[in-house]
Write a protein that binds this ligand. Structure first.
Ligand code: SAM
Length: 365
């Protein structure tokens, strides 16, 4: 007979089997898991939440990921690219409202134009905020020298979800060509870490063909890779994507939601001091989904500060929430949610990953 959940939770490190047991637990065991992760968050992070003002600056993408609403092959949406001024106005809004950081996210494009543009924008964002705004980038796979250039221009965190660490599953949810190469994605993560970024990754939860063993492997990868930040969320179907044909084999949305909370709780226990995002996709399933994630381990929220008229076009999945909110609505609604979770929004601080700082100190010794 395997260990009881209580015994597993007392262990210093989890085996793959332990993680699977935690992912499958229910009832009182599930309550124990969430209690433990909440205690660890309280002890190592405090009951705090930091904002990253999210600017989804373009939905133009050169990739064709089989799950994603902004994939190149989807002709059923209006493509947009914010002007530099629109991006800077959004960054100024974040700074004026004392958000410590912004996150710039877009579809994936690699070109000298994109490299220069983002480099220049980073300089101007640093200028307009007197260096006060922290910047996370999430613009996909790039060459190491491009990452380096952006790092030198002031970006200091990078979020690149690996999507799944099981290569066989990865190849079922992406086209099998050089543009969607699993090893390149891993190499990109390695470059980001080597350059000095606070490096974040994550996976989608509840994908077709995904097993508990896959998810346990994902969490073990994150620990082994020594990530600083984690952003994971439920997979949600999009009608205009090829994966929609597997809707019938998916677990119900509520189960995907619950499994995501468990993934967050387990990674909080495994990696006590990393930053963990409460993903927007949680709210697409449960109106207080992000608040629930904050309660059991997440400490980062990303209020959407993309100008409202573009939000409808950054639909990664169906029923994406808040696409018709104004920027101000988004902030006050999130603040109310955070206090519901008995946590406090910390303004005017970057809210860097404590794990990153410790990792650097260890490297120096
Ligand atoms: N292209 C960049 C990249 O891959 O890092 C950033 C933009 S991409 C749209 C951001 C994330 O959206 C992806 O990493 C993926 O996990 C998530 N995503 C895309 N389609 C999704 C879906 N149908 N359900 C849930 N999340 C989705």
């Amino acid at each position: 007979m395997g260990l009881k959940i209580k015994e597993i939770l007392e262990k210093e490190a989890f085996t793959r089997e332990n993680i699977i047991s935690l992912l499958e637990c229910a009832g009182e065991d599930r309550t124990l898991l969430f209690k433990k992760s909440a205690e660890i968050k309280e002890k190592y992070i405090g009951n705090k939440v930091w904002f990253r003002g999210l600017i989804e600056f373009s939905n133009i993408c050169s990739k064709d990921c089989l799950y994603c609403g902004i994939r190149k092959g989807n002709t059923n949406l209006t493509r947009y690219n914010l002007s530099d001024e629109e991006i800077l106005t959004a960054a100024k809004f974040a700074h004026d409202n004392h958000y410590g950081s912004i996150a710039l996210q877009s579809g994936e494009l690699e070109s000298p134009f994109v490299t220069n543009r983002i480099g220049k924008l980073l300089h101007r964002i640093k200028e307009l905020s007197d260096g006060e705004l922290g910047v996370t980038l999430s613009v996909g796979e790039q060459e190491p020298d491009v990452y380096k250039r952006w790092y030198n221009a002031g970006a200091h965190r990078y979020l690149l979800r690996v999507e799944s660490t099981n290569q066989s599953l990865y190849s079922k949810i992406h086209p099998n060509d050089s543009k969607h190469d699993f090893h390149r994605r891993l190499n990109c993560l390695k470059s980001l870490q080597d350059i000095g970024y606070q490096t974040g990754t994550g996976v989608m939860i509840g994908l077709p063909f995904q097993t508990m063993d896959d998810l346990a492997g994902d969490l073990m990868f994150m620990k082994e890779f020594n990530i600083d930040m984690c952003g994971m969320g439920p997979y949600i179907e999009h009608a205009d994507t090829p994966l929609i044909e597997y809707s019938e084999i998916l677990m119900p949305l509520k189960e995907r939601f619950d499994l995501t909370l468990k993934m967050i709780a387990i990674i909080r226990i495994m990696m006590r001091d990393i930053n963990i995002v409460a993903a927007t996709a949680l709210q697409a399933i449960d109106p207080i989904g992000r608040e629930k994630a904050v309660k059991i381990g997440a400490n980062i929220l990303m209020p959407n500060i993309t100008p409202g008229k573009y939000r409808d076009s950054y639909k990664l999945y169906d029923n994406k929430p808040c696409t018709d909110d104004s920027v101000e609505d988004c902030q006050s609604c999130l603040e109310a949610r955070v206090s519901l979770a008995d946590a406090e929004v910390i303004y005017g601080e970057w809210g860097d990953s404590k794990h990153y700082k410790k990792r650097l100190n260890k490297k120096r010794i």
